[in-house]
Design a protein around this ligand. Sequence first.
Ligand SMILES: Nc1nc2c(ncn2[C@@H]2O[C@H](COP(=O)(O)OP(=O)(O)OP(=O)(O)O)[C@@H](O)[C@H]2O)c(=O)[nH]1
Ligand SMILES: [Mg+2]
Length: 440
Amino acid sequence: MAGQSHFPDTIFALSTGGLPSGVAVIRISGQHVAPALEGLAGGVPAPRRAVLRRILDAAGAPIDRGLVLFFQGPESFTGEDCAELHLHGGRSVVSATLAALAALPGLRAAEAGEFTRRAFINGKIDLTGAEALADLIAAETETQRRMALANAEGGQAQLYSGWRHRLLHARAMIEAELDFADEADVPGSVSGTVWADMAALAQEIGNHIDGYRAAEIVRDGFRVVLVGAPNAGKSSLLNALARRDVAIVTDVPGTTRDLVEVALDLDGMKVLVTDTAGIRSTSDVVERIGVDRALEAAARADLVVQLIDPAGEVAQACGDWDAPTIRVWTKADKGGTPEHEGQAISALTGIGMAELIAEIARRARGAAAPAGATVPSRLRQVELLRACRSHVKSALRDGHGLELRAEELRLAGDALGRITGAIDVEDLLGVIFSEFCIGK
Ligand SMILES: Nc1nc2c(ncn2[C@@H]2O[C@H](COP(=O)(O)OP(=O)(O)OP(=O)(O)O)[C@@H](O)[C@H]2O)c(=O)[nH]1
Ligand SMILES: [Mg+2]
């Protein structure tokens, strides 16, 4: 069977990473999979059974021996007939096999994200599921992985389809009220419960949208900015956190001018730590730009860590930022006792470092979406959610007629449909699937 494909081409790609590797998996999808396996592997294995076969080139000469798996559409990732060849991950093995596949009629190399795109078009996953798969492949930390997995397993799809269902139900009740408005025995308060539910829905969508920043923190990282007077020990702290020499450290005040950023995995959370120029008023043009950048970075931070050398100059007024700020006293190995509250650390000996890292990780977790929460993961989704909520709110306004209010609910449902790809998204697909690597 040729699966449910509408695509003339059968696509193939190396789906595993860099070569050489122990094993390389080549994936094939489309209506010509079975004939391709006949030629390449001497036959089509029973679906979902791994069999060891010789892989042959077009002239019948052996390329390698490997496992061959066949997935009959629609029970496959793409919904089409699919196959996987698990080969030895040598460059020559892979290139000879890809060349043999390209020589077969109807086959061509896949574009980035093309397998997932076919899965979407064949109804195997919705757009939020596809986006979550891209996130899962990109996930570097445990929290990123958990969030992506929850969405890949249909968390968002279920939530939005529940909301669409409520919108449909509300419209049906309103239509009924419109149709039977003239008759005496209409259950008059039908729309009363409907509007209460729509008000609740607007609230739920609002809460869900509020979760986006927390999701962004998981996906893109919790932004920590180190600020303080020159020589406070900011660059030394950055290097200690990164466990390598990222930033230049000298005893010259004003060493750092640019922003220096490192991405860390702190206790499963992605944390971006930025070192900045020491803040002071200066006539040096370059340093002044550095100070401006430091203050801008602090303004964008999720957490500011303000470093103070107890023996150093009293930090000058540091400017304004909204982010929560923790004070850290540096160079604790020198024994100067801080007079004020705050953590004491030494980047040199490691005193207090574990406590500081734990505190940053605790705050990052507090700001991030909780594990397994269903949250919007893309600005695209948030924009449509905002549109949806604004239509629901318009519908709730009593001023205009019932027909118009029902129409607003229809538009609200359409916005949700665009998030999952149930309606009208052709123009978006290129953008969404280009995020993927080849072979997915
Ligand atoms: N004893 C001791 N010295 C430190 C410690 N941390 C930094 N220093 C020294 O303090 C001086 C300044 O350190 P930096 O890390 O360059 O300070 P900074 O805040 O980045 O300074 P600017 O980039 O000029 O703003 C250097 O001589 C460091 O070796 C520490 O924990 N203990
Ligand atoms: Mg520095």
